[in-house]
Write a protein that binds this ligand. Structure first.
Ligand SMILES: Cc1ncc(COP(=O)(O)O)c(C=O)c1O
Length: 458
């Protein structure tokens, strides 16, 4: 068996054409093993996907039992017991948010595309065809298909694909460490100022944009209730969700909660929207809803809105081959049943509180570490060249990418992001380990990260 693969070896179009890829052969819980039996701590569950550990036999068994019976039927021809069960389980979870109809798709990007189309069709079906614009937040990420990418504040992608993308209007995303109204580099004071001034600042910016563009032309506002890789797990300032909901309701703008990364228990509640009382009109999930067993994402909407569609167009005009397939539904069902049966969220809090507090205690004092924040099993670490001034490294240094490779060489898997500080520069890593990580494994994660930072030479 090959130990590593480097382009142009093999026939896989490798995700990086200039590095060696170790060959992963298996995983168990928070750990992955390569062909040389080297062990890695998967602190990011890949791209914050694996919520229920690697090699989860209970999930695999449930999915296998379903795909033996029937793996695929087309959603235009049949529904299935497993699809009905999966959507009922999701609707039960989403009851406090008032969402009760579910479509399954394959990726987060697809769910975002479907959500934006759902909002647009709803306005057409309500007799308001002028409402079409989307408000998104910068920095933010909603996926890599054309419209999802248009809605993402990722300048380095836009440099190449810009001519193919669609116009989207934007406001600033809540991001405590670099909020323009935060005048300190002291972590406690950052939080104080962020919570004291944030809701007002971001709400006013939203109102100004709506006034400029005209509410009658705006369809929806898409946001990550807890930002993912774009800011490194920054949550909203106190009162933000209430303010933006009031504004959107007043101007008849739909709210799309993108919970692809922060949903399905990642932040300690099943929906991240639940932390701050956000009641979105449309919600999308991915990643944690499948824990990496199979690509599955979900679109959740209100029955009152699908009633409108039933009476106007007749159906939601979105068609993809894998919508509602039993194999995907079995994956969603297996994950939802497992979370309930093993009380994963109820049990996860003690470890996540410990993990976040140990990260702050042991990692924040280290060189280059400007900020650490997070919620539940989701944390971001932002690196800077100068802690006093929060000056980022120049992008040419490729700090985040080089550091993540260094950490992997030292047995720790992290997820990198760059460019968030000013649209060009800025380096961070985000972590999202299994929700079943033990106390001991949490300490192993912090120790590996400390070691990776201390041994990293720039
Ligand atoms: C918040 C958010 N939305 C959407 C997506 C896109 O999901 P996918 O990569 O499955 O298409 C991601 C992926 O990281 C994400 O973090």
């Amino acid at each position: 068996m090959m130990k590593t693969v480097r382009y142009p070896e093999g026939h896989t179009l490798l995700r990086n054409l200039n590095k060696d890829f170790p060959v992963c052969t298996y995983g168990k819980g928070v750990h992955l093993y390569d062909a040389e039996n080297k062990r890695y701590f998967d602190a990011s569950g890949g791209a914050l996907v694996v919520t229920l550990g690697h090699g989860n036999e209970e999930l695999a068994h449930d999915i296998y039992e379903q795909i033996k019976r029937v793996a695929y039927v087309n959603g235009t021809q049949f529904t299935t017991p497993v699809m009905e069960e999966c959507s009922a389980l999701l609707a039960e979870r989403a009851k406090p948010l008032g969402l009760d109809k579910v479509a399954l798709l394959a990726s987060g990007s697809e769910a975002v595309e479907a959500a934006v189309k759902f909002a647009r069709q709803l306005w057409v079906d309500r007799g308001r065809p002028d409402k079409h614009k989307l408000i998104a937040r910068v920095p933010g990420y909603h996926g890599n298909t054309m419209y999802a990418l248009s809605a993402s504040g990722r300048p380095h992608y836009k440099k190449v694909y810009g001519p193919l993308l669609s116009p989207v209007i934007t406001v600033t995303a809540p991001y405590g460490y670099r909020a323009p109204f935060v005048q300190t580099n002291d972590p406690d004071k950052i939080l104080q100022e962020y919570h004291a001034k944030g809701a007002d600042f971001y709400a006013r910016e939203l109102e100004t944009l709506i006034e400029k563009e005209g509410a009658s032309s705006i369809s929806a506002f898409i946001l990550e209730p807890v930002s993912g890789s774009s800011t490194g797990a920054w949550f909203a300032p106190r009162g933000y969700m209430q303010r933006i909901q009031e504004i959107c309701r007043k101007h008849e703008i739909l709210i799309i909660a993108d919970e692809v990364m922060c949903g399905a228990g990642r932040t300690g509640k099943f929906f991240a929207s639940e932390h701050d009382g956000l009641k979105p009109d449309i919600l999308v999930m991915g990643k944690g809803i499948n824990s990496g067993m199979m690509p599955v994402s979900a679109l959740l909407v209100k029955k009152s809105d699908t009633d409108t569609m039933k009476n106007a167009t007749g159906n939601f005009m979105h068609a993809q081959t894998y919508m509602q397939t039993p194999a995907m539904a079995a994956t969603g069902c297996a994950v939802l049943s497992y979370l309930k049966k093993h009380q994963v969220l109820e049990k996860s809090k003690t470890v996540s509180d410990h993990w976040l507090s140990e990260l702050k205690q042991h990692i924040l004092p280290l060189p280059y570490v400007g900020s650490i924040q997070g919620i539940g099993h989701m944390a971001g670490v932002e690196f800077v060249a100068d802690k006093a001034t929060k000056t980022p490294f120049p992008i040419a240094k490729r700090f985040a990418q080089t550091f993540v490779q260094h950490a992997q060489n030292h047995g720790l898997i992290l997820w990198a992001n760059y460019g968030q500080a000013d649209g060009v520069n800025g380096d961070l890593v985000i972590m999202g380990p299994s929700l079943e990580m033990t106390m001991k494994e949490s300490d192993e994660c912090v120790a590996l990260l400390k070691n990776a930072i201390e041994t990293f030479m720039i």
